[in-house]
Design a protein around this ligand. Structure first.
Ligand code: CIR
Length: 250
C-alpha cells in the first residue's frame, strides 16, 4: 500500500511565499478544509496517510514535498533554495528517520523536492531558482541507482512539477508548449496549455487526485483509464502550490 506523508497547514500560511501578493488574501481556515479534502482524496486512492503537525514558524510547511526526496529506503533531506523554508526539513527528517536511511544535503547545495520527478529508474530534476548544480550532484550521489536527468525550465516556472507530473513508472502528464516531450524517455499525456495548472496531479495506480475545474485534463485522464478525485485548491494556489507539493509518497 502507498503511504503518504502530509503536514498540516499553520495559521501563518497566510504569510506563505508567493510570487505575487495573493488577492484576496490567503484564508488558512479555508485552506485547512481544502487540505482535509486532499487527504480524503488520497485515502480514496488507497493511500495510508500520516499527517505531521504544522509549525507556526514555517508558513510554507504544508508543502512537504519540497523537504525530502525518497526512493528505495533512502530519504534525501533537501536544503531548500528558499532560505525561509530550510527549517521545515527538521521535522520531516525526524519523521522519516525511523524507516529511512537519511542523507542530508549540505551547503552550498540547494534543491526543492518539487523540482524532482521520478519516473521508473529515472529522476528528472529541474534547474531552477530553487535547485542548483550542487543540489543535482548531491541528488545523484544519494540515489546512485537512479539516472539523473537535469531539465531546463521555461522562464517563470517555480518547479519542474509545475508543468508535469508522473502518471506511472513509464508515463507522465506534460503541459504542451512548456518542456519538449522529447526531453523525457517516458511517454507524455498532453495537457492543454490553457489548463497548465492541472498538469500537476497525484497519480496512485489508476486513481488521480486532480485540481477541480479543468475539464479537458479530466477528460484526457479519464480516457487514459484514471478514476479522478478532484479537489479544491484556491488557497494553496495563492501560495504557488498545487497537488504533489502537499505530500511525499513513501
Ligand atoms: C514556495 O514558494 O516555496 C511555496 N509557497 C510553494 C511551494 C510549492 N511547492 C511545490 O510545488 N513543490
Amino acid at each position: 500500500m502507498v503511504r503518504a506523508l502530509l503536514r498540516s497547514m499553520p495559521d501563518s500560511f497566510a504569510n506563505a511565499l508567493s510570487a505575487l501578493p495573493p488577492d484576496p488574501p490567503i484564508d488558512p481556515a479555508l485552506g485547512r478544509r481544502q487540505h482535509a479534502a486532499y487527504r480524503a482524496a488520497l485515502e480514496a486512492c488507497g493511500a495510508q496517510v500520516q499527517v505531521l503537525p504544522a509549525d507556526e514558524s514555517c508558513p510554507d510547511c504544508v508543502f512537504i514535498e519540497d523537504a525530502a526526496v525518497v526512493f528505495e529506503g533512502v530519504a534525501l533531506i533537501a536544503r531548500s533554495g528558499a532560505v525561509s523554508r530550510r527549517p521545515e526539513a527538521l521535522a520531516v527528517a525526524q519523521a522519516l528517520e525511523k524507516t529511512f536511511e537519511l542523507v542530508r544535503m549540505t551547503e552550498p547545495a540547494t534543491l526543492d523536492g518539487g523540482d524532482c520527478m521520478r519516473v521508473g529508474r529515472t529522476i528528472y530534476v529541474g534547474r531552477s531558482a530553487r535547485t542548483n548544480a550542487e543540489g543535482i550532484a548531491q541528488l545523484g550521489r544519494a540515489f546512485p541507482r537512479l539516472r539523473v536527468v537535469p531539465v531546463d525550465l521555461p522562464p517563470d516556472v517555480l518547479h519542474l512539477k509545475c508543468v508535469c507530473s508522473p502518471l506511472s513508472e513509464d508515463r507522465i502528464a506534460l503541459c504542451e508548449g512548456t518542456i519538449p516531450a522529447s526531453t523525457f524517455s517516458a511517454s507524455a499525456l498532453s495537457i492543454p496549455r490553457e489548463e497548465l495548472y492541472a498538469s500537476n496531479l497525484v497519480a496512485i495506480g489508476q486513481h488521480a487526485v486532480v485540481a477541480e475545474g479543468y475539464p479537458r485534463t479530466h477528460e484526457a485522464l479519464a480516457r487514459a483509464g484514471f478514476t479522478l478525485h478532484p479537489v479544491p485548491v484556491s488557497e494553496v494556489r495563492k501560495a504557488d502550490g498545487s497537488l504533489t507539493c502537499q505530500s511525499i509518497l513513501l
